[in-house]
Design a protein around this ligand. Structure first.
Ligand code: BG6
Length: 478
């Protein structure tokens, strides 16, 4: 095995799926607090008002807010060197547009980072993970409004200053490229058209969506610049949902189609965040789609001056695309679905498992950008069964993680500068797409059911002990 000595083995989470305590400590509500629970077959619903007759999984989640000491102690027991978490923007600025931050919110993350420091765990902190303060969506119309850039930057400055000596690794926006498809309008941009019935299939105005995304890219760049000014040691990254796609057939039209999809979904945002300019291929895309981005005088400079230091991404699955054989069996996946790949098996939730695709993807990314890479999400959502003796034998999760780590090893041997791996997730949390508890990714089981019952007790699964060994041997004992 070839993992560097200082390799950041860890686990990743997100505030809206993990913290709970959604109004405690003066926290304001955020967009994800308005999403009901669902399942593979029942869609989550976005409600403008909190309906007392519906269930909203983020409100309690698995209550990291009150269990952080216990959880971080367990992460330390596993030997985790890095813990990716997100700060809930609305815990720091409950409405988003205040001048003064909420001290109780700031103090909570102080306590969390101090707890990490106690065990030498490096926090990797995302500034926004699908949880814009609700007030900014409602009163300002989200990132379509340039004022929201300033609110975000004020928030970023506040936390960079406060946690200057506690956090080095930052990520601006989780899966920023989700905004390249209509479904990402709400969770990245805070856009919701009143004609929309189902937020996952919104009434989409690409002109507005790409204008708002332009503002998010500016907000990210401004934050990066400020983060570097506050502390030159800060390492600030982009975060891309990389959905790796293969042409279903060798037909040149399929090849070209995949290249275009790759550009528009996987590459566009990172190209801007890493190179500081819009890539050439977007000119034609905007022309063909009648999109005209309004740039203000300083925008080009802002993007240039706010380039990120490292590339982070989520990788769960891959799929196929085709314009030649459009009617083949389809498969679902993280954010993007596609055509089934006959060579791959799928998870219980229909996501195709493709470890070799991870090596391919790491090489693609490194070849394109030549900067350090961190995989900040990768894992298996599955149903777990607690056996009579109280153990959870999740060999399928071990198999999944093992196969992906083996391909990471190959990629490092290929020459890729991979600096860390925060698997999704060290502990069971709410699923983002379905709002379920039973779609579990964790190495630690949490006793909570979809109906909200359960003791919230934490129980290490078999994979917990396996990952502990992996970390202890720096990837040798798989
Ligand atoms: C990523 C998100 O898209 O996928 C996470 O950043 C999410 O928030 C993860 O939880 C897994 O998806 P899901 O829908 O199975 O929870």
């Amino acid at each position: 095995m070839t993992f560097p000595k200082e390799f950041l083995w860890g686990g990743a989470t997100a505030a809206n799926q993990y913290e709970g305590a959604y109004t405690e400590g003066y926290k304001g509500d955020c967009i994800s607090d308005h999403l009901t629970s669902g399942s593979r077959d029942v869609k989550r619903i976005f409600t403008a008002e909190i309906d007392p007759n519906k269930s909203y999984p983020s409100h309690e989640a698995v209550d990291f807010y009150h269990h952080y000491k216990e959880d971080i102690a367990l992460f330390a027991k596993m030997g985790m060197k890095a813990f990716r978490l997100s700060i809930a923007w609305s815990r720091i600025f409950p409405k988003g547009d205040e001048e003064k931050p909420n001290e109780e919110g700031l103090a909570f993350y102080d306590a969390v980072f101090d707890e990490c420091a106690k065990y030498d765990i490096e926090p990797v902190v995302t500034l926004m993970h699908f949880d814009m303060p609700f007030h900014l969506y409602k009163e300002y119309g989200g990132f379509l409004n340039r004022r929201v850039i300033d609110f975000f930057v004020h928030y970023a400055r506040t936390v960079f200053e406060r946690y200057k000596d506690k956090v080095k690794y930052w990520i601006t926006f989780n899966e920023i490229n989700f905004a390249c498809i209509p479904m990402g309008s709400l969770e990245i941009l805070g856009l919701y058209d009143s004609r929309t019935i189902d937020y996952t299939e919104p009434y989409d105005v690409p002109q507005k969506r790409y204008q708002a995304l332009h503002h998010v890219l500016l907000a990210s760049a401004k934050a990066v610049k400020i983060g570097h000014e506050i502390d030159t040691n800060n390492r600030i990254g982009c975060m891309i949902s990389h959905v790796t796609q293969y042409p279903l057939t060798p037909h040149p039209k399929d090849m070209l189609h995949v290249q275009q999809q790759d550009h528009q979904f996987n590459d566009f945002c990172a190209d801007v965040q890493i190179r500081g300019t819009y890539p050439y291929y977007m000119v034609r895309f905007f022309e063909d789609n009648g999109i005209h981005i309004k740039w203000e005088e300083d925008d080009a400079n802002i993007l240039k001056e706010g380039c990120v230091d490292y590339y982070t991404f989520s990788y769960y699955m891959s799929n196929c695309q085709s314009v030649i054989k459009e009617n083949e069996t389809r498969t679902s996946g993280n954010l993007l679905d596609g055509i089934s790949n006959p060579y791959l098996k799928t998870s219980d939730w229909g996501w195709q498992i493709d470890p070799i695709g991870l090596r391919y993807t790491l090489n693609k990314i490194y070849d394109r950008y030549n900067i350090p890479i961190m995989i900040v999400e990768n894992g298996l959502g599955a149903r777990d069964v607690v056996s009579e003796d109280g153990t959870i034998e999740d060999d399928y999760r071990i198999d999944y993680l093992k196969a992906h780590i083996q391909q990471m090893d190959e990629a490092i041997k290929d020459g890729v500068n991979l600096i860390g791996y925060t698997m999704w997730t060290p502990i069971d949390i709410i699923s983002s797409s379905t709002g379920e508890m039973k779609k579990r990714y964790g190495l630690i089981y949490v006793d909570k059911k979809d109906d909200g019952t359960g003791t919230l007790r934490r129980i290490p699964k078999k994979s917990f002990y396996w990952y502990k060994k992996v970390i202890e041997t720096n990837g040798e004992a798989l």
